[in-house]
Design a protein around this ligand. Structure first.
Ligand code: H2B
Length: 101
């Protein structure tokens, strides 16, 4: 697979402006979002849907779950930082949440 490029500082700013629920790590290496659901089943159902998206895109989140909370961090290991793949997955995750509202 070709090596994927890290976003430049300017690309990061532009991408994050369109993702208000995501926080850029201080070192710029990734973005994160925390979500709370009504209970564990809702949280795990969400994770299952994201897992299918991630597998299809061959791009996987770093995440953790405690009961109804899911903490997600997106970074591209192959790029050593934030790439367009993380932005695309963040958008897809946001779209899943929007549909769940
Ligand atoms: N997920 C993430 N977040 N970053 C990657 O660089 C990555 C991945 N690479 N999922 C993929 C899998 C790679 O390891 C496989 C071989 O395509």
């Amino acid at each position: 697979m070709p090596r994927i490029a890290r976003l430049t500082d300017e690309e990061r700013i532009v991408a994050l402006a369109a993702l208000p629920h995501w926080r850029l790590a201080d070192d710029g290496s990734g973005i994160s979002r925390s979500l709370k659901f009504s209970d564990f089943v809702e949280a795990f159902g969400f994770m299952s849907r994201v897992a299918l998206l991630a597998e299809r895109a061959d791009h996987h989140p770093e995440w953790s779950n405690v009961y109804n909370r899911v903490d997600i961090r997106l970074t591209t290991h192959d790029a050593g930082g934030l790439s367009a793949r993380d932005i695309a997955l963040a958008r897809a995750i946001d779209a899943l949440i929007a549909r769940a509202d």
